[in-house]
Ligand binder design. Structure first.
Ligand SMILES: [Zn+2]
Length: 296
C-alpha cells in the first residue's frame, strides 16, 4: 500500500508557495528590466526591490526548517510560506502541489513495480528489463557516481517515476506531462533535501539514499533526454526553458546552504541569478535550434 502523509503534502504546499514567489520574481525581472539600459543604478534598485520578493520566503523557510526537523512536523508558521502572490492563480499553485504528490507516489509505486520490497513483486524482473529498454531508447544512463545497491534502487525509482509521469514509459509523452513531471520531481526533491539537509553528503557510502545533487542531476538528465523530442509550444515555451527556471530556484536554496557551510562562499543574489538565467536561456535557445525544435 502507498500513501502520502500529511507532512509531505504540507511540505509540498510550502515549497509550491516558495516556487510561485520565485516565479513571479523572475517574470517581473524578465519583463521590467531592459538589459541594454546602461543606467546601472536604476537597474540595481529594481533588482534589489524585486529580489526580496523571491528570496525572503526562502530565507524564512530556512530558519523554520530547524523546528520542522526537531518536531518532525512540517508546517507553514510564517505567512510568507502560506500566502500566494496575488498575481498567481490558485489553480497553478494547486497544480504544483499535486505534481509533487504525484512524484512522491510514482516514486513509491516504482519501488513496488521493481521489486524493491520485502515481498518481491512477481513481475519485477520483466518490469526491470522493460525499464532498461525504455532507458536505452531515450539514451538515459544511471549516474556515474559510486552508488551502493540501495542508492541505485532510489535512482531507478526516480527514473521510473519520471518516465511514468511524462508518459515516456508507454510512448504517450505530451509537453503538459513533461512540465508536470519537471515541477513535481525538481521541487519535490528540493523540499526533501532542504528539510532533511541532504544536499551534499561527503561520505555517502553508508546512506540508503543518494544525496540531492545526484538525484537532481539524474532527474534533470532524464527529463532533458525526453524533452529533446518535444517541439517548442505554440507560445514559444519549452520544457528545457522551464528546467532553467527551476534550476535557478534550486540554486538560491542550495547556495544559501553552501554559504552557511563553506567559508568565503556568497549566497546567490538577485543580480547574479538574473544574469545566470539570462545566459542559460540563450544557451537553451541555441540547443533548441540545433535540435531543430525551434525553426523560426
Ligand atoms: Zn525511495
Amino acid at each position: 500500500m502507498i500513501e502520502v502523509n500529511y507532512g509531505i503534502t504540507s511540505a509540498a504546499m510550502i515549497y509550491s508557495v516558495l516556487y510561485c514567489k520565485y516565479y513571479e520574481m523572475v517574470k517581473t525581472l524578465g519583463s521590467d528590466i531592459d538589459f541594454s539600459d546602461d543606467d546601472d543604478e536604476t537597474l540595481l534598485m529594481i533588482l534589489e526591490e524585486v529580489g526580496d520578493s523571491g528570496f525572503t520566503p526562502i530565507l524564512i523557510a530556512d530558519r523554520e526548517r530547524e523546528s520542522w526537523i526537531s518536531t518532525r512536523s512540517v508546517y507553514a508558521g510564517h505567512e510568507l510560506l502560506r500566502e500566494l502572490p496575488s498575481s498567481r492563480a490558485e489553480e497553478d499553485y494547486h497544480n504544483v502541489v499535486r505534481a509533487i504528490e504525484e512524484f512522491v507516489l510514482a516514486h513509491e509505486l516504482a519501488h513496488h513495480l521493481l521489486g524493491h520490497t520485502a515481498d518481491a513483486y512477481p513481475r519485477a524482473k520483466q518490469n526491470e528489463s522493460y525499464l532498461d529498454g525504455v532507458m536505452r531508447k531515450y539514451g538515459i544512463k544511471l549516474p556515474e557516481e559510486n552508488l551502493n545497491d540501495d542508492q541505485i534502487q532510489e535512482v531507478k525509482a526516480d527514473i521510473l517515476a519520471i518516465l511514468t509521469m511524462t508518459g515516456a514509459l508507454l510512448d504517450e509523452t505530451t509537453d503538459a506531462r513533461v512540465y508536470r513531471a519537471l515541477a513535481g520531481s525538481i521541487i519535490g526533491l528540493t523540499a526533501l533535501a532542504h528539510i532533511h539537509d541532504t544536499w551534499v553528503v561527503a561520505d555517502n557510502a553508508g546512506e540508503t539514499h543518494p544525496d540531492f545533487l545526484t538525484r537532481f542531476s539524474c532527474a534533470a538528465e532524464v527529463i532533458t533526454c525526453i524533452a529533446k523530442r518535444i517541439p517548442v509550444g505554440e507560445e514559444g515555451g519549452h520544457p528545457l526553458g522551464f528546467l532553467t527556471q527551476l534550476s535557478g530556484f534550486v540554486s538560491i536554496i542550495l547556495n544559501n546552504w553552501l554559504a552557511k557551510h563553506l567559508e568565503g562562499r556568497q549566497p546567490v543574489n538577485v543580480l547574479s541569478l538574473t544574469n545566470w538565467i539570462f545566459e542559460r536561456s540563450v544557451e537553451v535557445e541555441k540547443e533548441l535550434k540545433q535540435l531543430r525544435l525551434r525553426t523560426d
